[in-house]
Design a protein around this ligand. Structure first.
Ligand code: GLY
Length: 387
């Protein structure tokens, strides 16, 4: 496995970095309690939005992490206000015809239930788990990511969904109903069988045959090209396989984690924060995606719990090196109301070959802020997952 000479984050630095992040969350709380935070910033300032985007769960996750760090009642009260809005969203089925129920409901509502015993949080998260189950396609065995169910041009899943299925593992645990975990396991099996290339890189999206369920082809939406490797997709692969192993101790999940991680590390530039697509590396003038670094660090810290001692030390060191780089060169220390926590994230960059709409390029991104705080919290404490 590739190693790096970079300095590691110390405990004191991690504590200071987390406190800086919490201070920005505290400052932004009045802006985003009755409204949500947009998926990405504009000149590093987040606009407010209604609770309609796939990303709205990350901000309440940041508030819960701030509450865990400080115990301040204002954080808990704001997070619970947002939880009410998440219950309304799922009860009224507002913009939930897609697979992102885990991204939405784990850091907001599962967290509320685990941290405070909120019945509203539990109810909302279980409704979201049921909603995700409606997107399971028997032919092919996967959760359809986007679009009308069964539509041939959308008969596909995406690697990001590895972070949606933990909602189902949790739902199975909390209700005792195995059907949730069974669908999660079938989706993960399909994903690991098709999305990881022989060199350990991943396809962002993967089409299946709607008639036979057979795998058809990998493609990209937000990566540079179909055959390149979108950095955040790779990071979702790193973290997603680690979480699946946490819930279901199947050796093939850990094996997949190691293969995806090895490719990710091989393609990192010197400061360990990837360019938005892993085609690009040191010397390229393309933007970075700092959120991938924090997501990968979370995956490393999660997997470190389960692997042999020496491997565990290596993972913790890699995470500490990545986080030092993000904390020193990407994290925001102060700024006006609405400022993001981590600069230089990339949501979707248009290329001549991909199908996305360009938005949030070289900006703060809501999940980048959340996973930075989660990674720091993991680094400092024996953190109980919201996932
Ligand atoms: N899940 C979509 C993204 O990572 O941009």
């Amino acid at each position: 496995m590739k190693t790096f000479p970079n300095p590691v984050l110390t405990e004191a630095q991690a504590a200071a970095a987390l406190d800086d992040a919490v201070a920005l969350v505290r400052q932004n709380l009045p802006l985003f309690t009755t409204r949500c935070q947009n998926h990405s910033s504009v000149n590093n300032i987040y606009p407010a939005c209604e609770n309609t985007q796939w990303t709205c769960g990350f901000w309440p996750g940041e508030i819960w992490l701030s509450w865990e760090r400080t115990g301040e009642e204002a954080f808990k009260a704001a997070a619970l206000t947002l939880v009410d809005s998440f219950l309304r969203r799922i009860e009224h089925k507002i913009e939930v015809d897609h697979h992102d129920m885990g991204f939405l409901y784990s850091p907001s509502c599962v967290a509320a239930w685990k941290l405070t015993g909120s019945e509203t949080g539990r109810r909302a998260a279980l409704l979201a788990a049921d909603q995700l189950c409606t997107r399971f396609q028997e032919k092919g065995g996967f959760f359809q990511a986007w679009g009308p169910l069964g539509a041939a041009d959308n008969y596909r899943y995406i690697i990001d969904c590895l972070l949606n299925v933990p909602l189902l593992y949790w739902a199975a645990e909390t209700t005792g109903e195995e059907r949730y975990a069974e669908l999660a396991g079938r989706h993960v099996a399909t994903c690991l069988a098709n999305s990881i290339r022989p060199d350990g890189s991943t396809y962002h999206t993967f089409f299946m045959d709607p008639d036979t369920g057979a795998p058809v082809r990998g493609a990209t939406c937000q990566g540079y090209r179909d055959d390149s490797c979108w950095a955040r997709g790779q990071a979702w692969g790193v973290y997603g396989t680690a979480i699946s192993y946490t819930y279901v101790r199947r050796p093939e999940y850990l094996d997949a984690f190691r293969r995806v991680l090895a490719y990710y590390l091989d393609r990192l530039p010197g400061d360990m924060v990837p360019y938005w697509d892993m085609t690009f590396t040191d010397g390229d003038s393309e933007p970075r995606d700092s959120s991938s670094a924090s997501i990968a660090a979370c995956g490393l810290l999660e997997a470190a719990k389960y692997v042999p001692e020496e491997e565990s030390r290596t993972y913790r060191k890699l995470a500490a090196q990545m986080l030092r780089s993000v904390a020193e060169a990407y994290a925001v220390k102060e700024g006006p109301a609405g400022i993001g926590l981590v600069c230089h994230g990339t949501y979707s960059k248009k290329s001549p070959y991909n199908t996305c709409t360009q938005e949030g390029v070289d900006e703060c991104v809501s999940w980048g802020d959340y996973f930075y705080m989660e990674a720091l919290t993991r680094f400092l404490t024996d953190w109980k997952l919201y996932w």
